[in-house]
Design a protein around this ligand. Structure first.
Ligand SMILES: Cc1cc2nc3c(=O)[nH]c(=O)nc-3n(C[C@H](O)[C@H](O)[C@H](O)COP(=O)(O)OP(=O)(O)OC[C@H]3O[C@@H](n4cnc5c(N)ncnc54)[C@H](O)[C@@H]3O)c2cc1C
Length: 481
């Protein structure tokens, strides 16, 4: 059979399945699981030797509203409140119906992962920009704890991942319906000429779940010229945007590509995500403070959304210092030994030693700590509107811990435009038959700023929707439910 998209292409279909899923992270596995459960034959393609993309290295924090765990801990929350928080952080650029879908199905997505075997810690946390504690932390604060049972569940259904299979392009028939893919089988990252071309026919369509483009320098720089090679990223090297480009080549509409999130807890003393963000996110920001090393003073709301915090640090113009003490470490329940072993976080017997190590004016740092502690004691509103967590202790229990902080590219909010059924739309807002997308390869859901822990929820919710709807995409005549 010829490739109908390109009659000069004589490569025949070498394999035929109902559905091809591109990507083996949260979104891809969720889609594949649902489609297979609905009776489809499914091929999961993964370009790397290992599976799981950014999902497997994530912290595994899942935002969900109205959950049993929140109830057990007396936290009043609702999907409406979660949506409001997402829209506020996203500067209301969010495609509201997509964000609403994530918020409305967040509890179900969390419960679904638990039903598959994912384990979560017995507490929820209020991540920056969330007005409620709704971030459910996976066992060992690791996305692997969620991906592993998802993969086992897929394997039980007879699904496996075709690793080293890189999507090269989408194949459309004469009616413009996506009916297959050209892959390079045996691809070895990053050699673009490695592997052997192969055409796979997809009777019902293709789900794109190929993640973001945080390490695609040309694409990143086209959108935000300042995000050049000098700006580090927390992502895996494989986060390049070729799948996004291929979807655009068949007419898909890209949205919000220039909204690229910088993680305001990156440490310039290590490469990539490293270990520092654990200290900054889970200890120093919630239970400590951030100071400008030149002035020794606080300058931002440490509990704000990521964009607000990253912008504030960039405004300072040099790495800032986040500080916690031993009580903060205790309260967080987070183990900082790896941060200390790597020298990313340093311990000090008193504020004077800390100030000397980072060139902070000592007297002013003492004043800053005193002012913060006084405000805590008198339960006064924080001058920077920080959401002071109940039971927060004064910063006065040695050893003191500190880390240098500088933003790194973390998440690409932009991507393919989809509808609430995960169908990809074209530049005229028409559905591209046979093409679905979910997860970080899509755009619009989070607007200008994704809230921490909302990405996994998004991937699980839309991955499942994509898999279910693609499975009902009989003969390209979409019968969505
Ligand atoms: C260090 C880190 C920590 C994070 N922690 C959290 C957290 O705690 N909570 C939260 O909500 N979010 C978190 N995030 C964000 C979240 O993990 C990601 O947005 C999410 O995992 C993306 O999932 P995905 O399925 O869309 O893509 P991915 O998990 O990245 O998977 C995409 C896969 O597609 C493959 N692929 C790409 N191109 C091709 C191609 N051409 N052919 C075949 N395969 C291809 C990739 O190799 C990859 O394996 C974190 C991100 C990072 C980097």
């Amino acid at each position: 059979m010829l490739n109908l998209a390109n009659p000069t292409d004589s490569l025949p279909w070498q394999e035929t399945v109902d559905l091809v899923v591109v990507g083996s992270g949260f979104a891809g596995l969720a889609a594949a699981f649902e489609a297979k459960s609905a009776g489809c034959s499914v091929r999961i393609l993964e370009k790397m030797k290992g599976y799981g993309g950014n999902s497997v290295i994530s912290d595994g924090a899942v935002a969900a509203a109205g959950t049993d765990m929140q109830q057990r801990q007396g936290i009043a929350d609702s999907k409406e409140q979660m949506l409001r928080d997402m829209l506020r952080a996203g500067l209301s650029l969010n495609h509201t119906e997509l964000a609403r879908t994530v918020a409305e199905q967040s509890k179900e997505a969390l419960e679904w992962s638990i039903a598959l075997g994912a384990r979560y810690q017995d507490r929820v946390q209020a991540f920056g920009g969330h007005s409620r504690a709704r971030s459910h932390l996976a066992h060992r604060t690791s996305g692997f704890s969620i991906i592993k049972p998802m993969l086992s569940a897929c394997r039980e259904l007879g699904l496996d991942i075709a690793t080293q299979h890189k999507l090269q392009r989408l194949i459309c028939n004469e009616q413009g319906r996506v009916c297959g893919v050209r892959v390079r089988e045996g691809y070895t990252y990053p050699d673009r000429n490695s592997g052997v071309p192969k055409n796979i026919k997809a009777r019902l369509g293709v789900v794109l779940a190929a993640g973001g483009f945080g390490n695609d320098l040309p694409l990143r720089r086209t959108q935000v010229p300042d995000l050049n090679e000098s700006v580090d990223s927390t992502n895996k090297p494989s986060t390049t945007g070729e799948v996004l480009r291929q979807a655009m080549a068949v007419g898909a509409m890209p949205v919000h590509l220039s909204w690229i999130q910088l993680g305001p807890w990156g440490c310039p003393d290590e490469k990539g995500y490293g270990v520092g963000p654990g200290f900054a996110s889970y200890i120093a920001m919630p239970y400590g403070i951030m100071v400008n090393p030149d002035t020794g003073r606080r300058f931002m709301n440490e509990s704000a959304d990521r964009k607000t915090r990253a912008d504030a640090i960039l405004q300072v113009g040099r790495p800032c210092i986040c500080i916690a003490d031993s009580r903060g470490v205790e309260q967080s329940g987070y183990d900082i030994q790896r941060c200390l072993d790597k020298g990313v976080v340093r311990g000090f017997s008193d504020p004077a030693a800390l100030a000397a190590a980072y060139g902070i004016p000592e007297g002013i740092l003492q004043e800053t700590l005193q002012a913060y502690n006084d405000a805590l004691k008198h339960q006064a509103p924080d001058p920077y509107q920080k959401n002071i967590l109940p039971g927060s202790a004064a910063l006065k229990h040695p050893p003191y811990y500190a880390m240098r902080v500088w933003p790194k590219v973390h998440h690409t909010m932009g991507g393919l435009q989809i509808d609430t059924r995960a169908r990809v739309l074209d530049t005229k807002q028409r559905i591209i038959p046979g093409l679905f997308a979910a997860g970080e390869v899509t755009g619009g859901i989070h607007g200008a700023c994704r809230l921490g822990s909302c990405a996994i929820t998004d991937c699980l919710v839309f991955g499942r929707i994509a898999g279910k709807n693609a499975a009902r995409n009989e003969h390209g005549n979409h019968r969505a439910v």
